[in-house]
Design a protein around this ligand. Structure first.
Ligand SMILES: Nc1nc2c(ncn2[C@@H]2O[C@H](COP(=O)(O)OP(=O)(O)OP(=O)(O)O)[C@@H](O)[C@H]2O)c(=O)[nH]1
Ligand SMILES: [Mg+2]
Length: 322
């Protein structure tokens, strides 16, 4: 069994060394452990410190592409290395890598495809109140959209089985955390939650300049992901509401017409009714087309999965021949 620990990092020279040093070098059931740092266009010494601290691979984006893209780079790279289990941990030192054996245990036991560390934010003294509320709302929305039990959607300490990692197609460019949960739920993967420690952040957050910009950008990714998996209900919902409101206006005009034989005083309502009915109907038709596109997407994802499997089998047979 091979474990790859991946660490996306953006200007984390202060903390990345400790994170790497905390990674256990021997774990029961694992023969090989490799550490991959994805240095996302850092302008400090993150790369140098990572190498000096014992990272086996440092992949550098020439410029800052964002956490989600760095996560995708790391996942692809870990799969190319032939990982059986992949752990993602942040570079800011808030998670304790010594908890990796506990995190990967359900995957090694074959009980889960993905394991996510639950920071139990209710119990955290060092997290500001506003951030706690934001975290709770985002977790609740993710749970509703994914339709599964979600304890802490924003946690960056996670383990993936090879199969789960191959199934992830991260499309957002800001954060991957909620998107991967919604995808996993839709693909029928089993997610398990394990309570973990979460330390106070030393230094400023790289990802969250303020809570509103985070909410806006993460919210967009969450909604997009949901739309991609449930286009029919999204467009049918929006179109249905427009159509219903349009019909109510139309009814008002019709009743007046039956009573008086005139439409004129209600002309604005009549125009609005027609507009709403037309836009609502188009939205519903659009939903049907989007549903067909979803089928294409699912098929493409299946093809992508098989391609990754083939690539992986090739890597394994090459490394056996060496
Ligand atoms: N690759 C990459 N990583 C980033 C970027 N921004 C943040 N990160 C990394 O993502 C991890 C989480 O970022 P943080 O800034 O700690 O955000 P957070 O943990 O959600 O929020 P805090 O509670 O403020 O720490 C850290 O390892 C960062 O180095 C980025 O633009 N690119
Ligand atoms: Mg952090």
């Amino acid at each position: 069994m091979k474990l790859v620990v991946m660490i996306p990092a953006y200007n984390e020279e202060e903390s990345i060394g400790k994170v790497i040093r905390e990674i256990p070098r021997e774990i029961d059931g694992i023969e090989d452990i490799e550490v991959v740092v994805i240095n996302d266009g850092s302008t400090d010494n993150t790369e140098k410190v990572a190498i000096e601290s014992g990272a086996h691979h440092v992949i550098t984006h020439k410029r800052n592409l964002g956490l989600a893209r760095a996560f995708k780079t790391g996942l692809d790279y870990a799969l190319k290395l032939g990982a059986d289990v992949i752990v993602n941990i942040d570079a800011d030192g808030q998670y304790n890598a010594k908890e990796i054996p506990k995190l990967i245990s359900p995957i090694l036991e074959g009980e889960a495809d993905i394991v996510i560390g639950d920071r139990q934010i209710d119990k955290l003294d060092h997290m500001p109140k506003a951030k706690k509320i934001g975290n709770k709302i985002a977790t609740w929305v993710t749970a509703k959209l994914a339709g599964i039990d979600v304890r802490d959607a924003q946690s960056g300490f996670r383990a993936f089985s090879r199969k789960a990692a191959m199934m992830m197609n991260v499309l957002g460019d800001y954060t991957y955390v909620q998107e991967t949960i919604i995808q996993a739920a839709n693909k029928g993967l089993k997610i398990e939650w394990i309570p973990i420690k979460f330390r106070k952040r030393e230094g400023k957050s790289r990802l969250i300049p303020n809570i509103w910009s985070y909410a806006k950008r993460a919210g967009m990714t969450i909604l997009r992901t949901y739309r991609d998996y449930h286009p029919l209900s999204v467009f049918l919902g929006i179109g249905g509401i427009l159509l219903l409101v349009g019909l109510i206006f139309a009814l008002r005009v019709l009743i007046h017409y039956i009573q008086t034989g005139m439409v004129t005083p209600y002309l604005p309502s009549a125009v609005l009714a027609v507009m709403l009915i037309v836009v609502g109907s188009i939205t519903i038709v659009f939903g049907l087309v989007a549903d067909m596109l979803k089928m294409q997407r699912l098929m493409l994802e299946e093809v992508l999965y098989r391609l990754k499997e083939m690539e992986e089998a090739e890597t394994r047979s090459k490394s056996r021949q060496k």
